[in-house]
Every structure is written in structure tokens, then in C-alpha cells.
Write a protein that binds this ligand. Structure first.
Ligand SMILES: [Zn+2]
Length: 352
């Protein structure tokens, strides 16, 4: 059985091709992080090598060896850290990106492509983070994608197909995975991962459509713990004076220089919180993301007008966009701190 959940379109496309014997030699699986790209690639690898009657059965020797990562015909390639090394022929297009999938890694794949399958029927080459192929590596890959040999399937995974050369994209069959609905995630958590109902409800909302995140958060407490810490930090800053707000901005700006994605995630958390305030304000408390904090949201809603909340949501969006466009992080975050609306009954931040 296919282990991917909530991606019926992608699965039925692959199932039809498998049944008709018309599988493509190269797939480009496109979708946001934690949506199931690798799970789908593994399902496909099992399906083309399965010895059972309904591939991928998940139980035959071949399926099991693939699941355990022991099958000799399944190859995984992903980013390697090359540090500060510069190589004219082999630079990646994106500025400031020091990691890439380089020519050497692709040459290893091409060597393996030229040999017959070792233990299965079909060799499967998964390239995770295909947007990080260096220009040289992408060029090496092109010819093989165009004139594939024998029983070989390439599966390229990407969160950002816009960064891939058009020549690579055009030689692959595109499979798009979409974020799932909150209800679908909640149901999947409860039925397939036996997560208790209240926890499934919270995780499905915090997951923002990404089942993989919800599954990880269900098994590792650290993800939820981190969310709680970020949330407490935000709530403290909302009630704090300017001095504390600016030191929060400085800490976040320092973090941004080391880990951009984490700071964007923190801003997403701000955005979810203020959207929740809007929902509670208009009487749609059932739809909030932070279901476990409904009493705090309800209490806070009384402090702000609808207009104040709306304006601040735009301010958060704009800060997030400016960070994406490489504006000075400290400046952007300080401006955001100054834009936090003044709530009724809260001391003026300048006075505290
Ligand atoms: Zn099988």
C-alpha cells in the first residue's frame, strides 16, 4: 500500500502509469516542506521493485529492504556542505548559498546508471533538494534525463522549482503535492498515528497543511515546546516597554543572520496569533490555529479594535516580506516592534 497520505491525485497518476507500463524516466516532485515528497519517492521506489501482487505491497523482501534503506538499487542524493569553496564552473545561481549538489555527486549517479540493477528490477535515483543542483551538475544530468538507459527512474524533489534550470524541469514529469486540509490532517493523525483527539486537533492546526510536521510534532515533544517558548516570548514583548521590545528585535535579528528560516517561522507564529485575534473578534473562535490558547486569545481580543488588529497583521506580513527581500533585519524588526498596537488597559510602552 502507498504510505503517503492525502495526496490522492499524485498517487493515482503514478498508479495509472505503473499499470499501463508508461512510467516516466524522470519525475519532478514539487511541494512545500513536510508535505510528503520523500515518502512519495520511497513509495515509487517500492512500487517499481515490488514482488507482491499489489505494488507497493510493503511486505515483500524488496519493499522491506527499501523501507530499511538497504536496497542496493535505490540511491539518495542530497546537499553536501562545501564550506567556503568556490569553483567557477560549479557555482550555484543563488547568491550566498554555500551548499549545493555538485558535479562529483552527479558523476557517481551517472556511473551507477550505466550498470544494470543489482538486486531489483529498476534503479531509482532520488535527488532531494534538486533546486540546489549546481549549474555544472544540472548540465551533466541533462543528457541522461533526455536519453535514459534501461530500467532507471529519476525522482527529483524540490520545494522551489523556480530555482531549477528550465532545461531540467522540461525533461521531467511534474508531480505536485499540495498542503492538506486541517480536517484531513486531524483525521490522519488520529487514525494512522493514534494521536489522542485533543492533541490531533491542536497539531493539525499548527501544522499549516504539512502532515510531516504534525507527525514529527506528535512524536517529538521538542517541536511543541519550541512553539510554546516562541509564543511566550511574543506575549511578553506585546506587554513590554520599548527597551525590552528592542532587545527582542536585536536577538531575533542576530538569529536571522544564522538561521533565516527560524526567524520567518517565528514571524509566521506572530501572524497566526494575530489572525486568531481577528477570528475571535468576529466570533469565529472555532477556526483559530492556537486552539489550546483560546482563553488568552479571548481575553486579549477585548483590548484591541478590529482595525488595530488588521493593520498590525499587515505590518507583520510586510516585515516578513522585507526580510525575504534582504532588508536590514534589525531595522525591519525594530519597526515591527514599534507597530505593536497599544491595547486598552495596558501601560504606554514608553512609560514602562
Ligand atoms: Zn512489495
Amino acid at each position: 500500500m502507498w504510505s503517503i497520505v492525502g495526496q490522492d491525485r499524485a498517487v493515482s497518476l503514478l498508479q495509472r502509469s505503473l499499470a499501463a507500463g508508461t512510467l516516466s524516466h524522470a519525475y519532478l516532485v514539487v511541494g512545500p516542506a513536510h508535505v510528503g515528497k520523500m515518502t512519495l519517492a520511497m513509495d515509487l521506489a517500492r512500487a517499481v521493485n515490488c514482488e507482491g501482487s499489489e505494488p507497493p505491497c510493503g511486505e515483500c523482501d524488496s519493499c522491506r529492504r527499501i523501507t530499511e534503506g538497504k536496497h542496493a538499487d535505490i540511491s539518495m542524493t542530497s546537499l553536501t556542505d562545501i564550506g567556503g569553496e568556490e569553483n567557477g564552473e560549479d557555482e550555484i545561481a543563488g547568491k550566498g548559498i554555500r551548499t549545493k549538489i555538485g558535479v562529483e555527486q552527479i558523476d557517481q549517479i551517472l556511473h551507477s546508471v550505466s550498470l544494470p540493477p543489482f538486486e531489483g528490477r529498476c534503479k531509482v535515483f532520488v535527488i532531494d533538494g534538486a533546486e540546489f543542483l549546481s549549474i555544472g551538475a544540472a548540465n551533466r544530468l541533462l543528457k541522461t534525463l533526455e536519453e535514459p538507459e534501461g530500467n532507471v527512474v529519476f525522482v527529483l524533489l524540490t520545494t522551489n522549482e523556480g530555482m531549477l534550470p528550465v532545461t531540467v524541469v522540461s525533461r521531467c514529469q511534474r508531480v505536485e503535492l499540495r498542503p492538506m486540509g486541517t480536517g484531513e490532517i486531524e483525521a490522519a493523525l488520529a487514525s494512522r498515528w493514534s494521536v489522542e483527539p485533543e492533541r490531533a486537533r491542536l497539531l493539525s492546526r499548527l501544522a499549516g497543511g504539512h502532515l510531516g510536521w504534525a507527525i514529527s510534532a506528535a512524536s517529538e515533544g521538542s517541536l511543541l515546546q519550541q512553539r510554546d517558548e516562541w509564543l511566550e516570548g511574543m506575549l511578553a514583548v506585546i506587554d513590554a516597554g520599548y527597551e525590552d521590545r528592542f532587545s527582542y528585535a536585536a536577538r531575533l535579528a542576530g538569529r536571522f543572520r544564522r538561521n533565516r528560516r527560524e526567524v520567518q517561522e517565528q514571524l509566521d507564529l506572530w501572524l497566526d496569533w494575530w489572525r486568531d485575534l481577528l477570528l475571535v473578534n468576529v466570533g469565529c473562535g472555532d477556526a483559530v490555529v492556537n486552539v489550546d490558547r483560546l482563553p488568552v486569545l479571548t481575553e486579549m481580543t477585548g483590548r484591541y479594535s478590529l482595525a488595530q488588529v488588521r493593520v498590525f497583521i499587515e505590518d507583520i506580513r510586510s516585515a516578513s516580506e522585507q526580510l525575504r527581500l534582504n532588508a536590514n533585519p534589525q531595522l525591519v524588526l525594530e519597526v515591527l516592534m514599534l507597530s505593536i498596537p497599544e491595547g486598552a488597559g495596558i501601560a504606554n510602552p514608553a512609560a514602562s
